[in-house]
Design a protein around this ligand. Structure first.
Ligand code: HEC
Ligand code: HEC
Ligand code: HEC
Ligand code: HEC
Ligand code: HEC
Length: 164
């Protein structure tokens, strides 16, 4: 039912969805650097995105995690200063989630990462070497992004498997 409603919405109000195509990307609150945390701090994807192996959502870490190392500044970076401020105020960093599947489609990280053995990089690109935060998805999350890989790997492309 939810899916039929969404289908109608798409047929009736194309403008709502058309807006995505000229999306220039977002400005994250802190210029987070994946490469430094992987190479210099020795952290791995699962240390920070802690729910990715067992749950649909990977989750983005926030001050509760960052404060283990950043309660006091360890560099003279202005970006780290902003982080220390958030931690001192106990105020969550307002990260903007850039990869998103609409409600009428179902996606689970656990299914892909744990069961399917699909690497993060296959969907999110070379995150290990990213020096700037995500301003837009590495690969746009369209339906053909999903179904092309499913076809390649012999996984179902039944409408109902994703549109439940
Ligand atoms: C098969 C493709 C695929 C793989 C593999 C994958 N992701 Fe994702 N990722 C997505 C999609 C699609 C979304 C948007 C999901 C949503 O809206 O719920 C997403 C969203 C996210 C998000 C933000 C939303 C959330 O779930 O918290 C994070 C963080 C993330 N992925 C991290 C990872 C990490 C880390 C790995 C590897 C351990 C990984 N992803 C593997 C496709 C993938
Ligand atoms: C295990 C320790 C550790 C944790 C946890 C950690 N960091 Fe860091 N972070 C570091 C280290 C080490 C550096 C210094 C890297 C360098 O310059 O060599 C750093 C540097 C930084 C800097 C400034 C340097 C730069 O140019 O990027 C920012 C901003 C930052 N981290 C953000 C975060 C955020 C946000 C979190 C939580 C999501 C976090 N860190 C969690 C260890 C950590
Ligand atoms: C020290 C913690 C840390 C580590 C290690 C880490 N990440 Fe992240 N990740 C973050 C933070 C903080 C953000 C939010 C800022 C941004 O978008 O870059 C983020 C954002 C993301 C997003 C975008 C989520 C969205 O849709 O907005 C993806 C995808 C992602 N990480 C994948 C990975 C992968 C893959 C790895 C391992 C190669 C990894 N991360 C390692 C902290 C981490
Ligand atoms: C890079 C390859 C890849 C991409 C991209 C991908 N998938 Fe998958 N997907 C797989 C694999 C492999 C499996 C089989 C996992 C397993 O062993 O159960 C799977 C399984 C699934 C299942 C379970 C199917 C069933 O048998 O019931 C669903 C639902 C699903 N994917 C949804 C999505 C959605 C939604 C997207 C896009 C947002 C997506 N997938 C993108 C590789 C991919
Ligand atoms: C592997 C997962 C998957 C399968 C299988 C799948 N879809 Fe989708 N579908 C999605 C995702 C994810 C979106 C959202 C894409 C976006 O936001 O651009 C979507 C979007 C749609 C839309 C909205 C318009 C559009 O293209 O963005 C329609 C209509 C649709 N699907 C119909 C179908 C039909 C009919 C089938 C069966 C022939 C099907 N889907 C099979 C994942 C899937």
């Amino acid at each position: 039912m939810k899916f039929l409603e969404a289908l109608l919405a798409i047929l009736l109000i194309p403008g709502l969805f058309g807006g995505c195509s000229d999306w220039r990307g977002v400005q994250q609150p802190i210029a987070y650097n994946h490469k430094k945390h992987i190479e210099n701090a020795g952290l791995g994807c699962f240390d920070c995105h802690t729910r990715v192996l067992k749950f649909p959502k990977a989750t983005i870490p926030n001050i509760g995690f960052c404060k283990d190392c950043h309660e006091d500044p360890m560099t003279d970076s202005g970006e780290e200063k902003k982080l220390v401020e958030y931690i001192r105020k106990g105020q969550p960093i307002p990260w903007i989630q850039v990869h998103r599947v609409p409600d009428y489609a179902y996606f689970s990280h656990a299914r892909h990462v744990s069961l399917g053995k699909v690497a993060c990089q296959d969907c999110h690109g070379d995150v290990n070497h990213m020096t700037l935060p995500f301003s837009k998805p590495h690969t746009p999350i369209t339906m053909s992004f999903c179904t092309k890989c499913h076809e390649r790997k012999g996984v179902t492309t039944d409408c109902a498997s994703c549109h439940r």
